[in-house]
Write a new protein. Structure first.
Lengths: 114, 113
């Protein structure tokens, strides 16, 4: 199964700046997820997105974060005002079915906040 | 979600079979068992999932005893490229419930020549 593509592969930004991370599903699936992984730590769930709206979000996904699918294709994660602790790998994933046991992850975007 | 326990790390040599066992004593009736693999700086990759008994695909086998309180991921004849972190996930993602994957710390497998 093809996965997803993510852009950029690496982004460096200054604290307080807004960043937009993009995910492009190769196939036309309905279930999307964002995860992050701080260096050396666990993969953490951020948010799930189904049928163009948020299905579930974690405690991490506060008001600084937002997701949308602006053109019905790209799936974006926006961080409004980045903090140093937002530095992490951000992974987009998609699922083929509602149960979501099999999720296909993208290569990730490495976000570095300075 | 059922809590899972798996070894922090394992070492093996090329060509050997590797078995990684995960304990999930509180597994619920509707829970499935799913294993993922993660290479450094890459996203997790789905390996295999099962509910009971044995499941086999082109990559691995998953053994689940009758009580389902544990599961064993078996990797036949590992190579250096199998060096990765392996995650055991247990949960009921259900009809209308959460679909998020909850990753633990995983088992870091190091394959040596």
């Amino acid at each position: 199964e093809p996965e997803v593509t993510q852009t950029p592969s690496h982004q460096v930004t200054q604290m307080g700046q807004e960043v937009i991370l993009r995910c492009v599903p190769i196939s036309n699936h309905l279930y999307f997820y964002w995860y992050r992984q701080i260096l050396g730590q666990k993969v953490e769930f951020l948010v799930s997105f189904y049928n163009n709206e948020i299905s579930e979000k974690s405690e991490i996904f506060d008001d600084q974060f937002s997701v949308e699918r602006p053109d019905g294709s790209n799936f974006t994660l926006k961080i409004r005002s980045t903090k140093l602790e937002d530095s992490a790998m951000y992974f987009c994933a998609r699922a083929q079915d509602r149960a979501g046991y099999e999720q296909y992850f993208g290569p990730g975007t490495r976000l570095t906040v300075t | 979600l059922a809590k899972t326990t798996q070894p922090i790390s394992m070492d093996s040599y090329e060509g050997q079979e590797v078995n990684i066992t995960c304990s999930h004593n509180n597994i619920a009736t509707n829970d499935y068992i799913t294993w993922y693999q993660q290479f450094p700086s890459q996203g997790p990759r789905f390996i295999i999932q099962g509910y009971k008994t044995k499941v086999t695909n082109e990559v691995a086998s998953l053994f689940i005893p009758a009580d389902r309180k544990s599961s064993t991921l078996s990797l036949p004849r590992v190579s250096l490229s199998d060096t990765a972190v392996y995650y055991c996930l247990v949960g009921d993602l259900g009809e209308t419930g959460r679909r998020a994957l909850t990753f633990g710390s995983g088992t870091r497998l190091q394959v040596q020549p």
